[in-house]
Design a protein around this ligand. Structure first.
Ligand SMILES: Cc1cc2nc3c(=O)[nH]c(=O)nc-3n(C[C@H](O)[C@H](O)[C@H](O)COP(=O)(O)OP(=O)(O)OC[C@H]3O[C@@H](n4cnc5c(N)ncnc54)[C@H](O)[C@@H]3O)c2cc1C
Length: 384
C-alpha cells in the first residue's frame, strides 16, 4: 500500500508501544492515524525478541503502578481485542545470594505490599523446597508473586494492530522513516523510503532506535541499545508445569518454561552499546555454564532455538513519556528491558497526554525527557 501524503498523527514503530498507542488513540475516536514500521512484519524489534515476562515486582512506585494498570489490561486483552495472548501466571521468583541485596528486596516487598500487591517473602529453605531441581545452596532468601507470569508478545502486538486497523488506523510495514520535518520548532511531517507525509503530530515509538529518530528531529533522547540474548531447550519432562519465572538476581540469570522445555537468558555486564542483533556464541557458553551450575538437568537438553535483541536503556532505567522541545513531537520509549509488560498502559497514557494534555491513569510526570538535563533521575534496581 502506498504511503498517504497526509496524516493527523504519525506513529513511528510497530512494536508494542506503537501498536498500543495507535489502538488507544483510535479508541478515543482519533482519525487519520498512520503507523509506520520499517521491517516487513510488525513486532520484529525488541518486542518480538523479548522473554514475554510480566511482573508486579519492581523497586519504584511508578513502575509498580504501571504494572498495576498494565497487567490487568493484559488479563482483559482477549475480551477487548479478540486476540488470545496466553497469559500464564507462573509467578516470578527472585532469589538472592548477596547479603547486600536482602535489605533492598525487603524495601521492595514493603513498597509492593503497601500498594496492595501480595508479593511474598521466601526463606532460603522455602526456595530450595519450591525448586528441588535447582542447586541453590547459597541462596539466602527471595520474593515470589503468583500473579507475575508470561504473555505472548506477538499476540499483543497483532491484537492491537488488528483492532486499530478495524477502527480505521493505517498501519504499514516496510516503510522506514528517514527524516523528520520541523519548521519553526514545530513538527510538519516525516520523510520515508516511500515518500513524504505531512503531519502536525509524530510519536517516536521506535524502541532501541528511538534515539536515532530523536536525532532526525534535532532532539537528544538518551536511549542506548544494548544486546541481550537467550536460548530455548528441547523438552525436559522433569520440569513441572508450575515451574516459576526463576531469577538469579546477582547473576541476572533467568529460567522459565517455554513449551515443554525452558527459556534461559542472562545479561552480559560487559556488553557494549550497539545495534548488533546476532547471538554472541562466546557469551552463550557463559550463559549455558551458569545455567547448568544452577540446573544440572539442562545437560540432558539440546538447544532448540536462540536469538538476540536490544534493550533500550535510559540513564535511570525508566521510560521516557510525553512531549519534547519540538512542538508535536512525542516520545514513548526507553523502557530499559522491561517495557513489553508496560506496553498496554503506555499506549493509554500517550493517548491521554495527546488528547487531555496530561496522563490521568498513572502519574508519570517525573518520567519526562527534561529529567535528564535537570538531573531528576529515578533509579530502578530490579532490572534483569
Ligand atoms: C532479549 C530481551 C528480553 C526481554 N524480556 C522482556 C520481558 O521479559 N518482559 C518485558 O516486559 N520486556 C522485556 N524486554 C523489553 C521489551 O522487549 C521492550 O521494552 C519493549 O518490547 C519495547 O517495545 P517498543 O515498541 O518500544 O520497541 P520495539 O519492539 O523495538 O519496536 C520499535 C519498532 O520501531 C521500528 N523502527 C525503528 N526505527 C524505525 C524507522 N526509522 N522507521 C520505521 N520503523 C522503525 C523497529 O523496527 C521496531 O519494530 C526484553 C527485551 C529483550 C531484547
Amino acid at each position: 500500500m502506498a504511503v498517504p501524503n497526509t496524516a493527523d498523527i504519525v506513529i513511528i514503530g510497530g512494536g508494542v508501544m506503537g501498536a498500543s498507542i495507535a489502538y488507544h488513540l483510535a479508541l478515543q475516536g482519533q482519525k487519520n492515524i498512520l503507523l509506520l514500521e520499517k521491517e516487513d512484519f510488525f513486532g520484529q524489534g525488541a518486542t518480538g525478541r523479548c522473554a514475554g515476562g510480566v511482573r508486579y515486582q519492581f523497586s519504584t512506585e511508578v513502575n509498580v503502578r504501571l504494572s498495576m494498570h498494565s497487567l490487568p489490561m493484559l488479563e482483559r486483552f482477549e475480551e477487548e481485542t479478540g486476540q488470545a495472548i496466553d497469559y500464564r501466571k507462573c509467578g516470578y521468583l527472585f532469589y538472592l545470594t548477596r547479603p547486600e541485596d536482602v535489605a533492598l528486596f525487603q524495601r521492595n516487598l514493603y513498597l509492593q505490599n503497601n500498594l496492595g500487591i501480595p508479593t511474598n517473602w521466601l526463606t532460603g529453605d522455602e526456595i530450595r523446597h519450591r525448586l528441588p531441581l535447582m542447586r541453590l545452596d547459597d541462596v539466602l532468601c527471595g520474593t515470589f508473586n503468583a500473579k507475575d507470569g508470561v504473555v505472548d508478545p506477538n499476540g499483543v502486538v497483532m491484537g492491537y494492530i488488528h483492532s486499530a486497523q478495524r477502527m480505521g488506523v493505517t498501519a504499514l510495514t516496510g516503510l522506514a522513516v528517514t527524516g523528520i520535518r520541523v519548521s519553526g520548532g514545530k513538527i510538519i511531517g516525516v520523510e520515508t523510503n516511500g515518500g513524504q507525509v505531512s503531519s502536525p503530530v509524530v510519536f517516536d515509538a521506535a524502541g532501541p532506535w528511538a534515539g536515532l529518530i530523536g536525532k532526525m528531529a534535532g532532539v537528544d533522547i538518551p536511549i542506548t541499545p544494548i544486546r541481550r540474548q537467550m536460548f530455548t531447550t528441547t523438552p525436559l519432562a522433569e520440569i513441572p508445569p508450575d515451574f516459576p519465572f526463576a531469577i538469579d538476581f546477582a547473576q541476572s540469570l533467568y529460567f522459565h518454561r517455554e513449551g515443554l522445555g525452558l527459556l534461559v537468558g542472562m545479561s552480559n555486564p560487559e556488553e557494549q552499546p550497539g545495534f548488533d542483533q546476532n547471538v554472541d556464541p562466546d557469551f552463550e557458553l557463559v550463559n549455558l555454564e551458569a545455567a547448568i551450575a544452577r540446573l544440572p538437568l539442562l545437560e540432558k537438553a539440546s538447544l532448540a532455538s536462540h536469538w538476540a535483541g536490544l534493550y533500550e536503556v535510559t540513564p535511570d532505567a525508566h521510560p521516557i513519556f510525553g512531549r519534547t522541545p519540538v512542538d508535536g513531537f512525542y516520545i514513548c520509549a526507553g523502557f530499559s528491558g522491561h517495557g513489553f509488560m508496560h506496553g498496554p498502559v503506555a499506549g493509554k497514557i500517550m493517548a491521554e497526554i495527546l488528547l487531555d494534555g496530561e496522563a490521568s491513569t498513572v502519574d508519570i510526570s517525573m518520567l519526562d525527557l527534561a529529567r535528564f538535563e535537570e538531573g531528576r533521575l529515578i533509579r530502578e534496581y530490579n532490572v534483569v
